[in-house]
Design a protein. Structure first.
Length: 719
């Protein structure tokens, strides 16, 4: 394992390099050096780059230390230290996540879709309405698969799948980073330790442990990121130009995993897309490029066609409800500082910079960048670089392109692309305004940015008799101290809280979601839908649903936590006698309601009518759409006046909503997801999905009448 984890062997990832293409030109000399550097003993045993043990030569630090003396057990130190680090960090993360186990209200939303899938109603939130209420398609079907296989209670299926993926992502990412530093050599004896840094930073954050369960897709996201990181690094370590079947298969497997990005979460396509761009530009030949495109696109493009024809939109309904293309820079910056502030997150960031400097100082004397990364273009000496610059003036564009393409397959490319993806994803969420859940959406970009330092090498030389030996010792000690400082910070920050009052929702609209529900229900670990019956209004809602089972009606929240209002059904609504529940907390409501009860929300996560309203400029982030109740009464077939309409609602506004709903474009949108699904409907939806995706209505019925050019109602009374 020591050789595999921490050595320079680019051909080790996918079999022997017999089929590698020969290098030509001035890179042939580099190729010879590459071959020499691929000795199976690198940093792990400290012998690489040293004189032949039989020659009697001394090591480069001038200590007279014989290279042969550095073998033996010392070669296993990096692998053993990595294993101890990975196990320790993973165990602490698992314990912390289990102690804070819960299923969020939003985590229950996906389970309603699973109930409908298992009941034969299709991938929908409400039976008879083709609405995709879950942002992560992969998470929905992964949970469905395990629920189908195990037959377990859905809440616990979600809990365990999320926990296993979250915990497994940590050692997987640490493994990839350990291989990133393969070839980091210790000249002149001593030992090199692989110590956790980024992994400690991540698991110490309370939101990371909160969302390790929660029923949301965070665990799947970071597991996919860690897997892609490992595969991307394996590709970079592989000998360029290889054409054997193992190398080709590994290349296409990397493309397939990267192509899954939009199904993991739409915005994570930033990372997957950058990886695919690098692979496409690499010198693999046009047939392999074509194979890459097909392999990467087959699943996401196939599902996108299905989404357009089935749901009649381009993106999941929550993306429309939250206007994912909108911008709220100021709120996004507030969200970023909301994560950094309570935990003094800047401190470990500074320590990570110190470690980076220490790693730079620990480069052996006389070691070229080529010895660190054989495929690094910086391995060219100064004369070669100058020649390249001068030659570019006269060299054809095609030649320059080939030269650029040939230099992509290296670990420095992987690091740059990964960091770029993390920065772009962070900027995306800042532009979007973040989220209402403390820290949640920044966990993925933070995880990506920490990947290059998930573990870091700390070299402690056997001797410090030379200037470099002393520098190496100082760098190693600084790295150890920085890791120790990060561990100390983690111990302190891990118990910090966002606010002294768990139910405090400040002016910025951000809340510690787990503590909020724990405090409201006096339950340290709310997991099941039944646990959420202790949330205000829930038991009263269940009782009201039973009361209306025969007559139907529209159940509306009141200011009294033990009471719900009911809008009676009018002439149109009496045909189906369907019960509709209208409430903000969509997860707990839908999971405590039978599948024949329709559940909708004013934000529009599962309700297209609300989702297609305009975003409120100053609304709470994540809740910045708020459909007036009169719309729901009209759309559900309720009365427009009399004793059957709750007194706080305006009957005339309900009548305006009735007329506004007759707008031809709105009717077309209703038909796209309510009509019986047929091939004709599929084709129609496919053609008009972009139109429906961007369709917006005015949230005030009176204004919608004007927008659509409809005549306002003049008659008051019941309908």
């Amino acid at each position: 394992m020591a050789d595999h984890l921490f050595t320079e062997d680019p051909g080790a990832d996918s079999g022997a390099g017999d089929s590698a293409q020969p290098r030509s030109g001035r890179h042939a000399a580099r190729g010879a050096a590459d071959d020499a550097s691929e000795h199976p003993q690198g940093l792990a045993d400290g012998t690489a780059g040293e004189p032949d043990p039989g020659s009697g030569a001394t090591s480069p630090d001038g200590a007279g230390h014989r290279a042969g003396a550095t073998g033996g057990p010392r070669r296993w130190v990096p692998a053993v230290s990595w294993a101890i680090s990975a196990i320790t960090v993973s165990v602490f993360f698992a314990i912390g996540a289990w102690q804070r186990r819960w299923i969020a209200d939003d985590g229950l939303i996906v389970l309603r879709t699973l109930r409908n899938l298992l009941a034969g109603n299709g991938p929908v939130f409400n039976a008879g309405e083709r609405v995709e209420a879950n942002t992560s398609t992969a998470w929905t079907y992964l949970l469905w698969f395990w629920a189908w296989v195990t037959g377990g209670q859905l809440e616990y299926v979600a809990l365990w799948v999320a926990l296993v993926l979250s915990v497994a992502a940590i050692p997987l990412a640490m493994y990839g980073t350990a291989r990133l530093y393969g070839g980091w050599r210790n000249i002149g004896g001593g030992i090199t330790l692989l110590l956790p840094l980024g992994a400690v930073i991540y698991i110490a954050l309370p939101p990371a442990r909160d969302f390790a369960t929660s029923g949301l897709e965070n665990g799947l996201v970071i597991f996919w990121i860690a897997g892609l990181w490992c595969l991307f690094l394996a590709w970079a370590r592989r000998e360029p130009g290889r054409t054997d079947w193992r190398a080709r298969s590994a290349f296409l497997a990397l493309g397939f995993v990267a192509g899954l990005a939009p199904l993991i979460r739409p915005e994570i396509t930033i990372f997957g897309g950058l990886v695919l761009l690098v692979l496409f530009l690499a010198p693999v030949g046009w047939w392999m490029r074509l194979a890459l495109v097909v392999t990467a696109a087959v699943v996401p493009v196939g599902y996108q066609i299905f989404r357009m024809g089935y749901y009649a939109v381009l993106v999941p309904n929550p993306a429309i409800a939250k206007d994912a293309s909108g911008s709220k820079w100021s709120q996004g910056w507030t969200y970023l500082t909301n994560l950094f502030g309570p935990y003094t997150l800047l401190l470990p960031v500074i320590l990570a910079i110190v470690v980076g400097i220490a790693l730079a100082l620990s480069r052996p004397p006389g070691a070229t960048p080529e010895e660190i990364d054989p495929h690094d273009p910086s391995a060219d000496d100064a004369a070669d670089v100058i020649d390249d610059v001068l030659d570019d003036v006269d060299r054809p564009l095609v030649t320059r392109w080939k030269d650029f393409s040939s230099r992509l397959q290296q670990r420095s490319t992987v690091v740059v692309v990964t960091l770029l993806a993390g920065v772009l994803l962070t900027l995306y969420w800042i532009r979007q305004g973040g989220d209402f859940m403390h820290g949640r959406v920044l966990l993925a970009p933070l995880f990506i940015l920490l990947l290059p330092v998930m573990v870091v090498p700390a070299t402690l030389p056997a001797h410090a008799r030379s200037a470099f030996g002393r520098r190496q010792l100082v760098a190693g000690v600084l790295t150890v101290l920085a890791v120790a400082g990060t561990a100390w910070w983690g111990a302190v920050a891990s118990s910090n809280v966002l606010s002294a009052s768990p139910m405090d929702i400040g002016r910025n609209g951000i809340v510690d979601e787990r503590r909020f529900y724990v405090a409201n229900m006096a339950n340290e670990n709310p997991v099941t839908a039944e646990d959420y019956l202790d949330y205000p209004r829930m038991r009263a809602m269940v009782a009201k649903i039973d009361e209306l089972r025969e007559s139907g009606g529209i159940i509306l929240p009141s200011g009294n936590y033990d009471e719900w209002y009911v809008a009676e059904l009018g002439t149109r609504g009496q045909k189906d006698r369907k019960t509709t529940v209208y409430f903000l907390n969509l997860g707990m409501t839908s999971m405590n309601a039978p599948l024949d009860v329709r559940v909708v929300d004013q934000m529009g996560l599962a309700y297209p009518l609300a989702a297609h309203t305009e975003r409120l400029v100053d609304g709470r982030i994540g809740h910045d759409k708020n459909l007036p109740t009169e719309w729901v009464v009209a759309e559900s077939g309720g009365v427009v006046g009399g004793r059957g309409l709750p007194g706080y609602l305006d009957g005339y506004t309900v009548r305006e909503a009735y007329v506004a709903l007759t707008c031809p474009q709105t009717q077309d949108r209703f038909e796209s997801y309510k009509d019986t699904w047929s091939f004709a409907r599929f084709k129609s939806n496919l053609r008009r999905s972009a139109e429906f995706n961007s369709y917006r209505i005015a949230r005030i019925p009176e204004y919608e009448l004007a927008r659509c050019g409809l005549t306002p109602p003049v008659v008051r009374g019941e309908r």
